[in-house]
Ligand binder design. Structure first.
Ligand code: SAH
Length: 277
């Protein structure tokens, strides 16, 4: 064929097996109330189109590139099969500008507007693996701070019963909603607000994950974490001589004996900021 490949429409599918095998999440939200859709400002995705078209054309090609991305993530040391399956299921190219879609499966962060970035897929997988901590079952309720374009939230929605994801920038909150509209993600709730306050109505959380790095872990996050729950977040560990800040991954476990923390490898996330804009 001599004509160039048309740009794909990238039909929506948050993958087949993972999405369709998910049990109805409704009953799992007890402390939030029987009707989470009425809890403002939760943006329910369940009213969205329920039938996603089958991948076709370049959609299939994207499956092959994504599989290659997943192999690289596995080679880098991520072994959790559920995480790898979720990374293989979510079409990352849907969450970036069409001009950047050809880079969507490289292990790189990419601009998503308003000075923010979509996290590297390798880091998303690593953090999800830390969050799952080797369990066989799904996580219960998960809180994500920093929705951004919604990519990590979509990955988490395959690994948890319910995901609450907060974004402080209205423009990105709206963008994530647009990106996720075509996908069928009834257990993902998008919130607009200051994630430093957490989201008390969804608490307690089995897991909390932050996609932006602060100087300290807000007390609200620790309060809203269930006993037995785990928080994974980038933390500023040193200032880098005027050239930004050095961050490392923090893993915090809330146990009956108290808080246990470990600092892992260096990471580079956008800063955690307070307030909304
Ligand atoms: N998980 C995202 C990563 C987005 S970058 C993805 O997959 O694309 C991190 C995001 O955190 C940015 O959009 C930034 O606006 C947001 N953020 C920073 N501080 C925040 C806060 N206090 N509350 C909510 N979101 C915050």
């Amino acid at each position: 064929m001599s004509s160039p490949k048309p740009r794909p429409s990238f039909p929506a599918s948050l993958n087949n097996t993972l999405a369709s095998n998910r049990p109805s999440p409704r009953g799992a939200v007890a402390p939030v109330g029987a009707e989470p859709a009425r809890v403002q400002p939760i943006q329910k995705a369940s009213h969205l189109p329920t039938k996603a078209p089958m991948p076709q054309g370049l959609g299939m090609d994207s499956g092959a590139v994504r599989a290659a991305m997943v192999r690289k993530i596995a080679a880098s040391g991520v072994a959790d099969e559920q995480v790898l399956a979720a990374m293989g299921a979510v079409e990352r190219h849907r969450f970036v500008d069409s001009a950047l879609a050809n880079q969507a499966y490289e292990d790189t962060s990419l601009p998503i507007g308003l000075g923010q970035t979509i996290s590297k897929p390798g880091v998303v997988a690593r953090m999800a693996e830390l969050l799952r901590n080797g369990r066989a079952d799904k996580l219960g309720r998960v809180l994500e701070i920093g929705t951004g374009c919604g990519y990590q939230a979509a990955v988490l929605s395959l690994l948890a019963d319910e995901v609450y994801s907060i974004e402080r920038l209205r423009g990105l909150h709206d963008k994530a909603r647009d990106n996720l509209r075509a996908l069928r993600v009834p257990n993902l709730h998008l919130l607009f607000g200051d994630g430093m306050e957490g989201f008390a109505r969804g608490a307690p959380y089995a897991a909390i994950i932050a996609a932006a790095g602060g100087d300290a872990v807000p007390q609200a996050w620790i309060d809203q974490l269930a006993v037995g729950g785990r928080l994974v977040a980038p933390l500023v560990v040193a200032s880098n001589g005027g050239h930004g800040q050095a961050q490392a991954l923090l893993v915090l476990d809330k146990t009956t004996q108290g808080i246990r923390q470990s600092i892992l490898e260096a990471v580079h996330f956008v800063p955690l900021k307070s307030g909304v804009a």
